[in-house]
Design a protein around this ligand. Structure first.
Ligand code: FES
Length: 105
């Protein structure tokens, strides 16, 4: 699986991910900036906010109510394609494009 992280300036980093890891963990392990993940993935910080490439939003499992609620607390306002990257599990054949917001705090 590959995750493509694009920052707000348009720079993209392509990372080979491990199935079972989250999109947040994959970023942190590979030194991708733009995802802070203060709470370490326990769904209580909203500093792992990403925008999913629009045509891929539907490919992901739907978000939980808790994630939806947390997305109202992001530093940069949520959009329809917003998700918390700690809640997205990498799957075998994933090829996911995400954009990180200008700031997470
Ligand atoms: Fe804190 Fe995702 S890492 S909510």
């Amino acid at each position: 699986p590959t995750i493509h992280y694009t920052d707000d300036t348009g720079t993209t980093v392509d990372v080979t991910a491990k199935p079972g890891d989250s999109v947040m963990e994959t970023a942190v392990r590979n030194g991708v900036t733009g995802i802070v993940a203060e709470c370490g993935g326990s769904l209580s910080c909203a500093t792992c906010h990403v925008f999913i490439q629009e045509d891929q939003v539907e490919d992901l499992p739907p978000m939980s109510e808790m994630e939806d609620e947390m997305l109202y607390g992001t530093a940069v306002d949520r959009e329809d394609c917003s998700r918390l990257s700690c809640q997205i599990k990498v799957t075998e054949d994933m090829d996911l494009h995400v954009t990180t917001p200008e700031t997470q705090v």
